[in-house]
Write a protein that binds this ligand. Structure first.
Ligand code: ADP
Ligand code: MG
Length: 699
């Protein structure tokens, strides 16, 4: 029944007036097969009073949109004899130069004197305001200048294929106007009225209309809110269903107490921070409850996640189950193993390490110990998920630095137990609204406080010329008994080139800069014994200067290392720099991080500015997210979750929280969406997340 109302919108796009077979072919390639698809082809931007700037009010370096008439145009030559094309634009308030150095032949043909055009780009000041290579959209006669009329004009994303059949912004405005006639009596909505009312949302029909054609900014903004809400809502619905799927599974109450936790606790030579205590309470409650724990622990580098993991593990061992701790690299696994062992020995808990390259004898013993539960805690790499690893009774899984593992690998470890509790630790703190988007099926614990004995690391950005001074400073530190780490960047395309840079740097440092100190090189291609022996010697201060590729990013915990030099720092991402910096200043001595900038671009400059301004991981990841966008930030472009059209994870915080609340309420009331049978919510959900349904349980 309900579907029949939608039927009209399922009409092939070809039958929209103005489309026809040729355009429909191109549109279909863009994913717009039906009228509804076309209506979901949202504008990339709108021109209105709030988004268009009068030329008079332009500001240098700001990104702005200007609407004006073309006053003059022509080919010009710079003083240095290179040719460029200039278009002079005017609104009533002033003149703007638009400049092209490339694609001149094309631009020459596009514009005519008198055309009304919207230009968009970064404003420069050079003999007047100018924008180099602006983005542009020609406006037709029917479109009035929004600055004066209060009109709202949608601009559409287009491709060269679309443009070749006349579908630039103007072309789109025309066919979408026609497509909107299909909406006329649309009553179809994918959300129930209660949810619309609760969240003060307009109907889907209105939203689709206003996103394309609105008379005022208010209706545009209610349309935007509604459409964003939809996207977040259905993702949160997926999260809610996954979460009940996991936590409703029969877990066990690990609520017995015994001597282990206290023995370890008493052996700590520091007081836990309040944040650590709070997080431990959260974990303890989860473990004690009969539900399965599925918790994400966020905390900046150095905030002390490991000890939280150790104490949590001790609680579970107290309850007679085994623990698996999985780390992304062998170095990190070994580091964890050492720390775990050091504390667990105090309570006589048996620990072991399982990594790729181990002698077969040793390996056999460990596998046996895991199988007969003589080994209570095993720490390892993804070697842990191999088939021959069989636990007697795995009850608790800890995964460190989780963004490096896929959902699959996580699942494979979890399946080695019978619904074990899961704790995932990450050193990439992210804003809450993002965390609930990406990890929405998990509960969140945050360590937002550093141990009190820490001094913030001093960070300086320098250029090559300053290096001699830096080296003198380092020698001074070395003479005081401290140690230094010099990092060379990893350029993923070529490990060889990286290595070469590090090897050359190492030679210069040994022979020329620090001839009377002990300098060593460590890199990813060394075998484990070599790496181990170097790390051991660095630990004992037999090595004073450690030259390294990014293998140190996760793994070195040497409190005596007080200086880090990052070569070609401009090549690193923000989060990575922050992680690197976290390797120093881990002790009570002050730490120094020196970032050597060799190539200056505007984003690298911005990154280095941010990193030298703050030590706060949340702030840094916030900025990183703005610079890179969520896909790259998480390295999960391929994830398949996120093919959003209008949602913006950085800006939609409040909408995300509303959507989450509604989605979780719906699922709480109806855990498998049984009551929603034949509803539009359910249909839409199945359409959206067909590809991820194996993760959820729908009745
Ligand atoms: P991360 O959160 O980056 O994994 P770690 O767990 O490795 O941090 O902790 C960093 C260092 O801080 C370790 O040497 C650890 O022993 C120490 N540490 C942890 N908690 C505290 C605390 N409350 N007070 C002082 N030092 C602490
Ligand atoms: Mg850690």
């Amino acid at each position: 029944m309900e579907y029949s109302r939608r039927n009209k919108l399922d009409t092939p796009v070809q039958y929209v007036k103005g489309v026809g077979p040729k355009r429909s072919e191109v549109l279909e390639n863009e994913g717009a097969k039906s009228v509804l698809d076309l209506l979901y082809y949202f504008p990339r931007r709108h021109l209105d009073r709030t988004t268009v700037t009068p030329i008079r009010n332009l500001q240098k370096d700001a990104v702005a949109t200007v609407v004006g008439k073309i006053e003059a145009k022509g080919l010009r030559t710079t003083r240095r004899k290179s040719k460029y094309y200039q278009v002079i634009v005017t609104d009533d308030t002033g003149f703007l130069n638009c400049i092209w150095f490339n694609g001149i032949k094309y631009v020459e043909k596009v514009f005519c004197v008198g055309d009304l055009v919207a230009f968009h780009g970064k404003v420069d000041f050079y003999n007047g305001y100018q924008i180099v290579h602006p983005e542009y959209d020609k406006l037709g006669d029917e479109e009035k200048d929004p600055l004066h009329t209060g009109a709202v004009i949608p601009l559409y994303p287009s491709t060269s294929e679309l443009k070749s059949v006349g579908l630039d912004s103007r072309g789109f405005r025309k066919i979408i106007k026609n497509a909107l006639t299909f909406l006329d009596q649309m009553e179809y909505d994918c959300l129930p009225k209660t949810i619309l009312d609760e969240n003060k949302l307009i109907s889907l029909g209105d939203a689709l209309r206003y996103i394309h054609y609105s008379q005022d900014i208010e209706s545009l903004s209610s349309a935007t809110k509604r459409l964003k809400f939809d996207e977040h809502f259905f993702l949160q619905l997926l999260m809610a269903l996954r979460k009940v799927g996991i936590t409703e599974a029969q877990g066990r109450s690990l609520n017995k107490t015994g001597p282990y936790v206290k023995l370890i606790y008493d052996s700590l030579d520091f007081e836990l921070t309040d944040a650590q205590k709070r997080v431990l309470r959260e974990i303890r409650n989860d473990l004690a409850a009969p539900r399965v724990m599925n918790r994400l622990l966020q905390g900046d580098v150095g905030s002390g996640k490991t000890v939280v993991a150790i104490l949590s593990a001790a609680i579970t061992v107290e309850n007679g189950v085994q623990v698996a701790v999985m780390a992304p690299t062998e170095i990190l696994a070994r580091q964890h193993y050492q720390v775990f062992k050091q504390y667990c020995d105090k309570a006589q808990i048996t620990t072991a390490i399982l990594v790729g390259k181990q002698r077969s004898n040793e390996r056999k013993n460990i596998l046996e110990g895991i199988a007969n539960s003589k080994i209570q805690i095993v720490i390892g790499t993804h070697a842990l998920i191999q088939e021959n690893v069989k636990f007697k009774d795995l009850g608790f899984v800890v995964i460190d630095e989780q963004q490096r593992f896929g959902v699959m690998q996580r699942g494979m470890l979890v399946e080695k137990g019978y619904n074990p509790d899961v704790l995932i630790m990450t050193a990439t703190p992210i804003p809450r609204s993002l965390a609930i988007t990406y990890h929405g099926d998990m509960d969140l614990s945050i360590i937002d406080e550093m141990p009190k004995n820490r001094q913030p690391v001093v960070t300086r950005v320098i250029i090559e010329e300053t290096l001699p001074k830096v080296y003198a400073f380092i020698k001074d530190q070395l003479n005081k008994g401290r140690q230094c780490i010099v990092v060379y960047p990893l350029i993923e395309e070529s490990e060889k080139i990286d290595l070469k840079a590090a090897v050359e740097g190492y030679k210069t440092l040994t022979n020329e800069v620090f001839p009377s100190y002990s300098v060593e090189l460590i890199h990813g291609r060394m075998n484990m014994e070599e790496k181990d022996s170097i790390m051991d010697r660095f630990n004992r201060n037999d090595i004073q200067v450690l030259v390294s590729t990014t293998v140190v990013e996760v793994g070195i915990d040497v409190p005596n290392a007080t200086v880090m030099v990052v070569e070609n720092a401009d090549r690193f991402g923000l989060t990575q720099l922050h992680q690197l910096r976290g390797r120093i200043g881990r002790g009570t001595e002050k730490g120094y991080c020196i970032l050597v900038q060799r190539k200056i671009t505007s984003t690298s400059k911005r990154r280095l500015e941010i990193i030298s301004r703050t030590n706060n991981g949340f702030e840094i990841s916030d900025e990183d997210l703005k610079l890179r966008g969520p896909g790259e930030f998480f390295g999960i472009k391929q994830h398949g979750y996120f093919k959003w059209k209008i949602a913006d994870l950085v800006k939609d915080g409040p909408i995300i929280r509303q959507a989450r609340k509604s989605a979780f309420a719906l699922v709480e009331n109806d855990p498998q969406l049984r009551k929603q049978e034949n509803t539009e919510v359910r249909k839409r959900f199945l359409e959206e997340y067909q590809h991820l349904l194996e993760f959820v349980n729908i009745g």
